[in-house]
Ligand binder design. Sequence first.
Ligand SMILES: Cc1cc2nc3c(=O)[nH]c(=O)nc-3n(C[C@H](O)[C@H](O)[C@H](O)COP(=O)(O)OP(=O)(O)OC[C@H]3O[C@@H](n4cnc5c(N)ncnc54)[C@H](O)[C@@H]3O)c2cc1C
Length: 217
Amino acid sequence: MEDALVLARTSSSVTVIHRRDKFRASRVLQQRVLQHSKITVRWNSQVKEFTAAETAMDDGSYPVGHVVVTDTVSGEESSIDCDAAFVAIGHSPNTDFVKGALEMDENNYIKVTPGSSHTSVEGVFAAGDVHDHVYRQAITSAGSGAMAALDAERWLSETGFVVEEDPAESSAVPTDIAGGQNETGEGSKDGSEDGVDVDDASAAAAAAASASFDKDL
Ligand SMILES: Cc1cc2nc3c(=O)[nH]c(=O)nc-3n(C[C@H](O)[C@H](O)[C@H](O)COP(=O)(O)OP(=O)(O)OC[C@H]3O[C@@H](n4cnc5c(N)ncnc54)[C@H](O)[C@@H]3O)c2cc1C
């Protein structure tokens, strides 16, 4: 539903192909889609295949030109002309890059300790859609980002990574944590201190810096 509404902002017409005869989305969202002048819904229809347009593009390749759909009730096939096709079925969190490293639920959402952003690995915090299969909204993602920043800051303090300094003396992230040169002038980007990778710590430190206004929470 949301995808169709977003596409309708820039497309002359949008056809939603839906395999059932009703939507499961919220009533408000359904109304917005069904009443939208640019959106048409093909009920009881399933995509069989996408086929190419007749005319090649400048680089010689052929864009999508048609969608072949099967009517789930009658079994009849028909073709819809189109200039682009977008697949939006269910939700798949973009968590492949941490697969095997962090504990996840059966739908590949990262598991966190309830009420926090702590993952199954100490020092790794999750925020946003990668861990939230319920709300998946910009505002809840931003909120959980703030939680992760605070958790990261606490973790850095507790593990001794953050050296409390007088803000008047230094407003910059310490260069040895930020991956630049340390006080002795030696580069520390690839180094490791106290068993924690400095590059990983610099990312967490950046998040922590943005939350430092609220240290006492
Ligand atoms: C069509 C559509 C309409 C929506 N409409 C609304 C709406 O009206 N209101 C609302 O509140 N929410 C809406 N949402 C949901 C909202 O966009 C998301 O909940 C929100 O963007 C999630 O924020 P996030 O930071 O978790 O993830 P994202 O915004 O997806 O940000 C993740 C970032 O991580 C980057 N990234 C991914 N993999 C890697 C990697 N391996 N290394 C480094 N970077 C990486 C990505 O490039 C991206 O910049 C909509 C979503 C869609 C798809």
